[in-house]
Write a protein that binds this ligand. Structure first.
Ligand SMILES: NC(=O)c1ccc[n+]([C@@H]2O[C@H](COP(=O)([O-])OP(=O)(O)OC[C@H]3O[C@@H](n4cnc5c(N)ncnc54)[C@H](OP(=O)(O)O)[C@@H]3O)[C@@H](O)[C@H]2O)c1
Length: 159
């Protein structure tokens, strides 16, 4: 994001592939403040580093951190988009730029098959369609800075 965001042309799109797991709904409330309201990528990095250190020293297991690595990592991705969007919103609106995170939904891929039964899930080609809509279709200003799934904004907070 640090490398690509400055390169965006007028009308450009920066779409981060995250997950529905990247919302605070999946994080213990005691940890919400770590990712809510962050205003810079450095702040997001600091929280991810703190989580990494807690995993390394074993304190994450004893505390409120979820065991599934995907949850804090996806929350950090979405928080990073929210932080960068907070910095760029006015200028991006003027230039017609979209910055958003996206959940592709459940997809039948080798990685997801390690965790879930995805035999009935979308193929990668099917899952790509709403992502390509975000990348190539008309910009919906309501998507700016948000996590989008199948064209709909997912709430960041559980309430
Ligand atoms: N699958 C799902 O149900 C699901 C649901 C929600 C969100 N997502 C998200 O969608 C994304 C893709 O998931 P997936 O299931 O398709 O994963 P995947 O099958 O493991 O594919 C990951 C892809 O990323 C590439 N990649 C990995 N590390 C890379 C690196 N350092 N530089 C460049 N490319 C790299 C891999 O390339 P190689 O093939 O060369 O290794 C591979 O093509 C992930 O962000 C995942 O969290 C997936």
């Amino acid at each position: 994001m640090r490398a690509f965001a400055p390169l965006l042309r007028d009308g450009g799109r920066l779409v981060i592939v995250a997950s529905t797991l990247g919302t605070l709904h999946y994080l213990a409330p005691v940890l919400h403040d770590r990712f809510d309201g962050l205003t810079s990528l450095d702040e997001v990095d600091a929280q991810v580093a703190a989580w990494r250190d807690a995993v390394k020293d074993g304190s994450a297991r004893a505390g409120a951190w979820p065991g599934f690595v995907n949850i804090p990592s996806k929350i950090a991705q979405v928080a990073a988009v929210r932080a960068l969007a907070g910095q760029r919103r006015a200028e991006d609106a003027r230039r017609g730029i979209l910055l958003a995170s996206v959940c592709p939904g459940m997809i039948n891929t080798p990685t997801s098959a390690l965790w879930w039964d995805v035999s009935g899930a979308a193929t990668p080609a099917q899952a790509a369609v709403p992502l390509l809509d975000l990348a190539l279709g008309p910009v919906d200003p309501a998507h700016y800075g948000q996590l989008v799934r199948y064209g709909m904004v997912l709430p960041w907070r559980p309430f």
